[in-house]
Design a protein around this ligand. Structure first.
Ligand code: FAD
Length: 428
């Protein structure tokens, strides 16, 4: 085995980087330790249901990096739109739809708070984000004297967008960035993609350009000689390459790279805190006549999405595919604590979709080691994430959701993959 460029990891970042390197005319080899590609966005077909590891909407729709890459590769992206209007929130035991028009905002907040909400929105659009990156959102909202109800709403949003169990710790700068992005995207819905097809298309693209994607190959180390990466070692075999792209989370990458991966002026990436949580998938018999796609039960910190409402192909006819997510710190994700959370999530699903838990035909409880590789809290503002290109080793590149910001979701994974592929294609 040899290649111009070796990519470690077959998640969305690794496959995107691999396809773009192949497009640049380089021979690429993508190595994935698991039997299948997909990483944290893996799709599983089970009992007639199509389960994704997460809800996996793509923010920005056709302006998203995913769509941009597919256009560039000449591949077709099949997608379904979802709108903010399809979402609801429970607070104080009351369920209300997300406000998506001025009239709905007025109704949602009441006259006085609607003005305060509009005023804080204007402030977000004007405020420079960089000085706010290391400030916690709750303290910042407090300083801005945002009324309590409006602040609570903004914290609820930030919990969902930041995948955080403590939304107050979210970086205020990141929040401002996100609000700007969503304001620009307002007329564009988010997208739900068939992720398995997206992975299959990228894999096929790599192969038709003379590259390879090999599963069940765990890379043990990046080999560095004379200040350059000269390949990788996997299962006792050395694979030479002119450039190496590490497309795995920084916490895992640090063990593979001589000297480790560092951030914040020298701290080891193993200290970088990811977002974590519990995911419960339910395939249930029957359908529910509800207008929303997802409900954020903010009282309990549980989000319930009805996947098959967006794409009916995800569940067999007459069935519904639900997913509940609760963002939790790692210590809550084991033993009796985990079981208690699971029970509460099932009860919450039942409250919103009455009778659902008595009609379960498929149940899956997932505790992924990380939801996203870097939590964008005030303690981890984006400038201090590990660099996409190693400053000491010019032909060693990194990509994935932990290397680019704003950090949550797969958008930065794809963007950093574009950057890494560009740099790797220039390595001689
Ligand atoms: C429950 C859940 C819900 C989510 N919801 C959304 C959402 O709605 N929208 C969104 O955009 N994002 C969402 N995300 C985040 C999204 O899944 C990630 O940002 C994205 O998948 C990260 O891709 P990646 O390629 O950077 O990393 P990964 O997907 O982690 O890929 C890394 C790959 O490298 C492999 N690997 C690791 N070590 C080695 C090694 N030594 N040798 C070879 N291979 C190795 C791994 O097996 C893995 O396949 C969600 C995540 C979860 C878990």
């Amino acid at each position: 085995m040899d290649a111009d460029v070796v990519v470690i990891g077959g998640g969305i970042a690794g496959l995107t980087a691999g396809a773009l390197v192949a497009q640049a005319g380089r021979k690429v080899l993508v190595l994935e330790r698991r039997p299948v590609v997909g990483g944290r966005a893996l799709v599983v077909h089970q009992g007639g249901f199509t389960l994704n590891y997460g809800y996996h909407f793509v923010l920005g729709a056709d302006a998203s990096p995913h769509a941009r890459v597919f256009r560039r590769l000449g591949l077709r992206l099949e997608a379904r739109p979802t709108w903010g209007a399809g979402y609801a929130r429970v607070r104080g035991g009351r369920l209300k739809r997300f406000p998506t028009s001025p009239a709905a905002t007025w109704q949602f907040f009441g006259a006085r708070n609607a003005w305060a909400y509009a005023a804080s929105g204007l402030r977000f659009l004007r405020e420079p984000a960089t000085p706010l990156l290391a400030q916690p959102l709750d303290a910042w909202l407090d300083r801005q004297r945002v009324p309590a109800d409006v602040a609570l709403w903004l914290l609820d949003i930030s919990r969902a967008i930041g995948f955080l169990h403590q939304p107050g710790a979210f970086s205020a700068g990141h929040f401002v960035d996100f609000m700007r992005l969503s304001f620009r995207q307002q007329r564009r819905p988010s997208l739900i993609l068939p992720w398995d097809r997206m992975f299959a298309d990228l894999e096929r693209y790599i192969q038709t350009r003379g590259g390879q994607v090999r599963c069940r190959v765990r890379v043990d180390a990046v080999v560095v000689e004379g200040g350059r990466a000269v390949g990788v070692r996997a299962g006792g075999e050395s694979i030479p390459a002119r450039a190496v792209i590490v497309a795995i989370p920084p916490q895992q990458a640090t063990a593979l790279v001589p000297g480790g991966v560092r951030w914040d002026g020298g701290r080891p990436a193993s200290e970088l805190e990811p977002t974590t949580g519990l995911v419960l998938d339910l395939g249930v018999e029957g359908t529910w006549d509800r207008p929303w796609i997802a409900v954020d039960d903010a009282d309990k910190g549980i989000v319930i999405a009805r996947h098959s409402h967006v794409d009916p192909r995800l569940a067999p006819p007459g069935h519904t595919l639900l997913q509940a997510i609760r963002f939790l710190p790692p210590e809550e994700l084991t033993g009796a604590r985990l079981e208690a959370h699971k029970a509460e999530m099932l009860a919450t699903i039942d409250a919103i979709y009455p009778g659902a838990t008595r009609r379960i035909v498929l149940q899956r409880c997932l505790v992924p080691p990380m939801l996203t590789a870097a939590a964008h809290t005030a303690a981890q503002p984006w400038q201090v994430l590990p660099p996409v290109q190693s400053p000491e080793i010019p032909n060693l590149l990194f990509c994935g959701d932990g290397y680019r910001a704003p950090g949550e979701l797969s958008n930065p994974a794809v963007e950093s993959a574009e950057e890494a592929a560009r740099a790797a294609s220039l390595c001689t």
